[in-house]
Design a binder for this molecule. Structure first.
Ligand code: NDP
Length: 239
């Protein structure tokens, strides 16, 4: 039987790329979006539409969804994974970094949920999985704006879950702990980067992206009447 379309944002590296591989192995056609299209194309997965989309461009995202649905049918799963983490201390951090985190992590996520929800509600079927963070449940040093954006993701997820539950649409979240990806590389303060690397080493290492991808497929593959609302997956030794 043909499997339905899965849409993944930020599929060009890290957790998004690992999730794309898992859902491809499970036989789903995919729409993969990110700015570095060459990296999503390099995954070499079958039945995939790759589109260069900055998720802060709501119209570009809607256009990509429309194109993919024209080829593969309605999107049954949207995974909002694209995100940025720019660590800093509030008194010195460039406010442009706060803006970028809220634009990508929060506002783009709202826009992309809106892009699929009306159709999912009308069909009485569909799932949205938001990749939040353990930093959407507790705070960490130098994380003020990032934590703010991820608490927003967690609370938006829970609120929209209630809003659309009667339509049989599932909204769920994963809260990853520390995972080895490119995420830290965008932080500009070298002392904070070093401190974070030491913290990761103190745990004896962190998760790999596929640890999160397995949780994503497990949540989605439950029957539609079962909503695993959220999962926190962290290194065993992470505080
Ligand atoms: P990576 O930096 O490896 O991946 C981030 C992805 O987001 C990339 O594919 C990037 O694609 C995409 N992205 C960023 N900005 C945009 C944009 N404006 N438009 C489109 N895509 C964008 O990090 P991770 O894999 O770790 O991060 C994935 C998610 O997991 C994020 O939401 C992050 O907050 C969350 N997370 C990660 C944790 C970790 O320890 N790694 C822990 C908890 C949560 P491109 O640059 O090509 O556009």
């Amino acid at each position: 039987m043909t499997k339905p379309l899965v849409v993944i944002t930020g599929a060009s590296s890290g957790i998004g790329a690992a999730i794309a591989q898992r859902f491809s192995q499970a036989g789903h056609p995919l729409l993969l979006v990110a700015r570095r299209i060459e990296k999503i194309e390099a995954l070499g997965l079958p039945n995939v539409l790759c589109r260069k989309v900055d998720v802060t461009d709501a119209q570009a995202f809607r256009n990509a969804i429309q194109e993919a649905e024209g080829v593969y049918g309605p999107a049954d799963l949207l995974i909002n994974n694209a995100g940025v983490m720019l660590l800093g201390q509030l008194d010195t951090q460039d406010p442009a970094e706060w803006q970028r985190m809220f634009d990508v992590n929060v506002l783009a996520l709202l826009n992309s949920m809106q892009a699929v929800l009306a159709d999912m509600k009308a069909r009485g079927q569909g799932t949205i999985l938001n990749i939040s963070s353990i930093a959407g449940k507790k705070s960490f040093p130098n994380h003020a704006a990032y934590v703010g954006s991820k608490f927003a993701v967690s609370s938006i997820t829970e609120n929209v879950r209630e809003e659309v539950a009667d339509s049989n649409v599932r909204v769920m979240a994963i809260h990853p702990g520390a995972v080895d990806t490119e995420l830290l590389s965008h932080t500009t303060n070298p002392e904070i980067i070093n401190g974070y690397e030491e913290w990761k080493a103190s745990m004896g290492g962190v998760l790999v992206a596929d640890d999160i991808a397995r949780a994503a497929t497990f949540m989605y593959e439950q029957p539609q009447n079962v909503n695993i609302r959220d999962i926190t997956v962290a290194p065993t030794r992470q505080p």
